[in-house]
Design a protein around this ligand. Structure first.
Ligand SMILES: Cc1ncc(COP(=O)(O)O)c(C=O)c1O
Length: 427
């Protein structure tokens, strides 16, 4: 029988993990079990999951209900293609549920297996829509510095983090970047400055050449950065005026993390395309959905959409996602995200008094701590983990996005451990 120790050795000798150096494996933490906001590794160590893995699990870990739903669906029909005219009951019912929850203007659903695939789909659909409507030259995509939209060809091209783009040769052409939408960098007039920049770039490029603007309502990987006050409605106004489609990347923000089903509802916008994944199934099965709005459907009406991936509309993923949305609803997790997020924000805010802490920010259960340059966010991550809390360092920031079911007691432990390690890196 394989012992836990030999599992770690086997990992090192057999796997390439995402985001590691080739031939330089890291000693693995082998997670074996989860329950709510807690995880246990094969050495029996317990951790509070302060990031929800890669911010994917609003309902927390270890739900038997989802295991049962998946098993039942696999026994009935594990999978069949949804290309062309094939369909299955769970994906039809999930599409209907998503249309009920979605912001105004959303009228159709295209299923995917994850986030990057969703962004690829949205970019292709935006370009195809204009092409079909007689404007093939409308193919530029506006994106933003510090934005993250995935690691596949097109989604990486729209990702505004240089380190992640390096070494992969020419990426999808036609993506133009705007500034990072962060009040910390632009001051109290941030929104005016960013909107002026958007107007100027639209004029420089030519509105008739721009297909879409893509952005996360709240920057995720880029540091859990809420937008400057009033930013989104004004962006939407500029785009509408110029016939540019708005793609909201809600892969992190949808399904409760900001205290709403969609952050677009919080910020008062009605995107033309909304990309989701992660929280849709709480990560129990890879599953994503692109929500398609009326304007796109009108432009693309009759266009042949030769696009799709084998597992789109997966019946097991759809059944699990439906049950997951049911739990979010039944357990009042949107409200819980608001109150618990506020509790964490208030608990960490005093850190702003430290010279090496530039900002403690957040909305709902998306929180970020920005350290002054030269202070080591990575050591906060490793120190906290040694104390049984998982947080994530991204550049000079530390990000938090616990499961929405995290208990108040676990939150207090989280605040204590983060405070201790942020204080320590300034000493
Ligand atoms: C905002 C955002 N968009 C896209 C993605 C890519 O999703 P995936 O890793 O499922 O392809 C992520 C993943 O973290 C994300 O945070």
């Amino acid at each position: 029988m394989t012992t836990p120790r030999s599992l770690a050795q086997l990992d090192t000798s057999s796997l390439i993990h995402p985001h590691t150096s080739i031939g330089r494996p890291l000693p693995p933490v082998v997670f074996e079990r989860g329950d709510g906001a807690l995880l246990w590794d094969t050495d029996g160590n317990e951790y509070i999951d302060g990031t929800c893995g890669l911010w994917q699990c609003p309902i927390g870990h270890g739900r038997q209900e989802l295991a049962d739903v998946a098993a039942e669906q696999i026994a009935k029909l594990e999978f069949y293609s949804s290309f062309g005219d094939y369909s299955n009951p769970p994906s039809i019912l999930l599409a209907e549920r998503l249309l009920q929850l979605a912001p105004n203007g959303i009228e159709r659903i295209f299923f995917t297996n994850g986030g990057s695939e969703g962004t690829e789909t949205a970019i292709k659909l935006a370009r195809l829509a204009h092409h079909h409507a007689g404007q093939p030259e409308r193919n530029v995509i506006l994106a933003r510095t510090a934005g993250y939209h995935g690691m596949a060809g097109g989604s990486l091209a729209a990702t505004g983090i240089d380190r992640l783009r390096e070494g992969y040769g020419p990426l999808l052409p036609g993506v133009e970047f705007l500034s990072k939408p962060h009040a910390l960098g632009h001051g109290p007039d941030a929104t005016d400055i960013l909107i002026a920049e958007l107007e100027e770039r639209v004029q420089q490029i030519g509105p008739e050449r721009i297909a879409a603007f893509i952005g996360e309502p709240v920057l995720g990987v880029g540091g859990m950065v809420p937008p400057p006050e009033g930013y989104w409605p004004r962006v939407q106004e500029v785009l509408r005026r110029h016939g540019i489609l708005l793609i909201a990347d809600e892969i992190v923000t949808a399904f409760g993390r900001t205290g709403h089903w969609f952050a677009s509802q919080l910020y008062g916008i009605e995107p033309d395309l909304i990309v989701t994944a992660k929280g849709l199934s709480s990560g129990y099965i890879p599953m994503g959905a692109v929500l398609v709005g009326r304007r796109v459907l009108e432009l693309a009406d009759g266009a042949l959409f030769l696009h799709g991936f084998t597992y789109n509309g997966h019946p097991v993923g759809a059944a699990v996602a439906l049950a997951n949305l049911g739990i979010i609803d039944r357990e009042g997790l949107l409200d819980r995200a608001k109150t618990t997020g506020q509790r964490i924000l208030e608990g960490l805010k005093p850190l702003e008094a430290l010279d090496h802490v530039l900002e403690v920010r957040g909305i709902g259960m998306m929180l970020g701590i920005e350290l002054a340059v030269g202070h080591d966010a990575a050591s906060v991550q490793s120190g906290a983990r040694a104390d049984g809390l998982i947080v994530r360092a991204t550049g000079s920031g530390i990000v938090l996005s616990p499961p929405l079911v995290i208990t108040d007691e676990q939150v207090d432990t989280l605040i204590r451990i983060v405070t201790q390690h942020v204080q320590a890196v300034g000493a």
